[in-house]
Design a protein around this ligand. Structure first.
Ligand code: DI6
Ligand code: FE
Length: 403
């Protein structure tokens, strides 16, 4: 494959060794075989088979939304109204609404329905420079629907220029048919749903919702035992509404990430630091639920826990279809710096997906690049509702905009 040299770019490499954005002001980048083979100052650049002048554009790694639930049936606009009329998220969940109302609608949807309804949501992310997206199941809660959701998620990458990483979230809630039999449902997850998805290669990781309104720590441990026996990496929705110690349990088992973590305590922070578990902050859910307890950002920083940021795109607690807005909210609501927010949707997001081949602009990484009409990388977190994306290169190919 011929090589392409992109020159005259301001490159925010986001490499780990740099404590700023890893900026190369008059930079160039050589792309060969879908990968970055060289990056550095333009005057030292090797020659490529073709050369493109980027006209001083700002270049970052392609963005990674590492936590979404964007495949689902129906919608929950009515519950948004209920919440604003004084009914809490937990009350709605306990009365059979919430996640379970999406479960009903998702069970009624065909794979094609799920793909069709997910595409506009995915498109909203892609038009902001997302090149990799994680998508969870968890609105099926039976063997067939969990598999169907994951097949729909995988099918999306045949329809759009994006890499989809899938996560099995059968441990999201208890379905109505197991209302009085929690252990029976965990048995189903461990012995049937999870093996079925693993057998068909449908899941890249296993997640759960560890919460008073969902699974207990002990129940999650059973699911993680089954996941780890199948060789699948684990992650957890933890400490979102209360502190159950789920994040520490997941970290001690080597989890890739613990997500939400508003109620994380010092023990949880320590366990995550020791294990290298990434803290995934989801400010969209915090915002929509009117939460006031903020994640312990200062403690995470002090202990060196890597921080990622994601949309949590879902029909209930976070109908956020914008990774740039999630970055802005992480800054404004949680006090992240714009640099931390950008690390959170590039390098650290890649880490939560177990994908060391992306998230930085460096030799050997995938040539997934977002090009912006912005003067500096901090500007990506600064506005709300403004999109400065100019172009996207995925695996070395221009897939959006013009250079
Ligand atoms: N936490 C979340 O933010 C999503 N799932 C979870 O465990 C929300 C799920 C929903 O409300 O539909
Ligand atoms: Fe979530």
């Amino acid at each position: 494959m011929p090589s392409t040299l992109l020159k005259n770019a301001r490159i925010a490499t986001m490499v780990e060794t740099a404590d700023d954005y890893g900026m190369i002001e008059d930079g160039a980048i050589l792309i060969e075989n879908k990968e970055i083979s060289w990056v550095g100052p333009a005057q030292a650049a090797p020659s490529g088979d073709t050369t493109v002048d980027c006209d001083g554009v700002l270049m970052t790694p392609g963005l990674i939304d590492c936590h979404t639930h964007l495949v689902y049936g129906g919608n929950r606009a009515r519950e948004f109204e209920m919440r604003l009329n004084g009914v809490s998220y937990e009350e709605i969940a306990r009365s059979g609404g919430g996640i379970l109302s999406t479960v009903n609608a998702t069970r009624d949807a065909s794979e094609n329905d799920l793909v069709t309804s997910a595409l506009p949501r995915l498109d909203a992310l892609l038009c902001e420079g997302v090149t990799t997206v994680e998508i969870k199941s968890g609105y099926g809660l039976d063997v067939d629907t969990e598999c169907r959701m994951l097949r729909a998620a995988r099918a999306l990458q045949d329809r759009r220029p994006v890499d989809v990483v899938t996560t099995f979230l059968g441990a999201h809630a208890f379905p109505p048919e197991y209302a009085g039999d929690r252990d029976g449902y965990i048995d189903l997850v461990c012995n049937r749903s999870l093996p079925a998805t693993a057998q068909d290669g449908l899941a890249d990781a296993v997640d759960g919702f560890c919460e008073g309104i969902a699974l207990s720590v002990a129940e999650m441990e059973r699911v993680f035992d089954a996941a780890q026996a199948l060789g699948l990496p684990i992650k957890l929705h933890a400490e979102q509404l209360s502190n159950l110690g789920g994040a520490a349990m997941a970290a001690r088992r080597g989890a890739l990430s613990a997500d939400h973590i508003e109620y994380l305590d010092d023990d949880g922070v320590r366990a995550m630091a020791e294990a290298g578990t990434v803290a995934v902050l989801l400010p969209g859910a915090f915002y929509y639920l009117g939460e006031t307890q903020k994640p312990p950002v200062e403690a995470l920083r002090k202990k060196g826990v890597p921080i990622a940021v994601a949309t949590d795109l879902n029909p209930g607690s976070s109908p956020v279809h914008s990774i740039l807005s999630a970055m802005n909210m992480a800054c404004v609501l949680f006090g992240l710096t714009p640099h931390e927010a950008l690390c959170g949707v590039t390098r650290n997001a890649a880490r939560t997906l177990g994908k060391p081949d992306r998230g930085e602009i460096a030799p050997g990484k995938r040539a997934d690049l977002a090009l912006w009409s912005a003067a500096a990388p901090g500007e990506l977190s600064y506005p709300l509702g403004f999109n400065p994306l100019k172009a996207v290169i995925r695996a070395g190919e221009l897939v959006r905009g013009t250079l």
